[in-house]
Design a binder for this molecule. Structure first.
Ligand SMILES: [Zn+2]
Length: 162
């Protein structure tokens, strides 16, 4: 099952993959995310920054905290977070706690888990739960087949397999 994004959604998701690429090239893990307001304005974007040793520096977590400070509650609920990989449980919880709206992701946590298993990467210390297992009220769309190969390739590069 795959989600067919609109042209605008595909543009935002492509930007997420670019940010993920930038993260990888800077020694971080390949994840990128963009926060988009209901009127289409890009409010904030970030990418993974765990290379410094803080494993909580996920872009989706950064977006939630940025939104809590900078975006009014009603605008948060109407905003969409685009992301290269489905939120982890920490980021799903942060997203829901600050009242953000829809999520659109390229690769699901399930896909990422199977890719990492194929690459022989040890299991992460956090369970790979779908967003709705953590945040049942958040509308979620994905995965997006048109970009999944690019995200897969980034994870192969991270683990020295490509
Ligand atoms: Zn996360």
């Amino acid at each position: 099952m795959s989600y067919e994004p609109t042209d605008i959604e595909l543009k935002h998701l492509t930007r997420c993959v670019e940010l993920a690429t930038e993260a990888l090239e800077d020694g971080d893990e390949p994840f990128g995310s963009v926060l988009v307001a209901a009127d289409g304005r890009v409010l904030f974007e970030d990418r993974n920054r765990v290379a410094g040793g803080d494993q909580t520096r996920h872009p989706e977590f950064e977006i939630a905290r940025w939104a809590a400070t900078n975006v009014a509650p009603d605008e948060r609920a109407a905003a969409t977070v685009y992301t290269s990989g489905e939120h982890c449980p920490m980021c799903s919880a942060a997203h829901a706690w600050v009242g953000l709206g829809r999520i659109v992701y390229v690769a699901s946590s399930e896909q990422l888990g199977s890719w990492l298993a194929e690459l022989g990467v040890p299991a992460s210390p956090v369970a790979a739960l779908p967003v709705n297992a953590v945040a049942p009220g958040v509308p979620v769309d994905g995965p997006v087949a048109a970009l999944a190969d690019r995200v897969h390739a980034l994870h192969r590069r991270l683990h020295g397999a490509a």
